[in-house]
Design a protein around this ligand. Sequence first.
Ligand code: RP5
Length: 166
Amino acid sequence: MNKVALVMGSASDLPRVQPAADKLDELNIPYEMRVISAHRTPIQALEFAQTAQERGFGVIIAAAGKAAHLAGIIASSTLLPVIGIPIKASALEGIDALLSTVQMPAGIPVATVAIDGAVNAAILAAQMLALSDEGLKERLVKMRKVQTEKVIESDRNLRSDYGQQK
Ligand code: RP5
């Protein structure tokens, strides 16, 4: 299976990126984590993007806060799908990173998840890889089923706590 790249703009982003790594672990998807900054290490960012596919990556997740250009600059230099996670890291509560990540010009897409949406970034990456991996597809189907059952159980418990009819 192709690996997922989990790239963050600063080590300070790690607590908000860790849920993506946890979800990839849960789904048994191989990944590598990197700290690469669009502004502080732009040469490394481009070199990473240009060589990612030949190094076995299938999807790149890029997380950054503030004026978050990491996902966009990586997307500019690879045909791999890039998923952006805007990180809440400033006085603007992540709105700055959301707009910087999502407002890409036509021609260079970044699939942007919610502010601090690391879990959905991992699931979206998994869904992309599952297009050519039946085993992973089955794990995703199972994960959805467990999720559905949890909500139905919550509903049942809530209705029972409030004495509502079944
Ligand atoms: C962004 O600036 C990083 O992705 C991080 O979210 C934010 C702050 O970085 P540090 O100053 O903590 O390194 O580039």
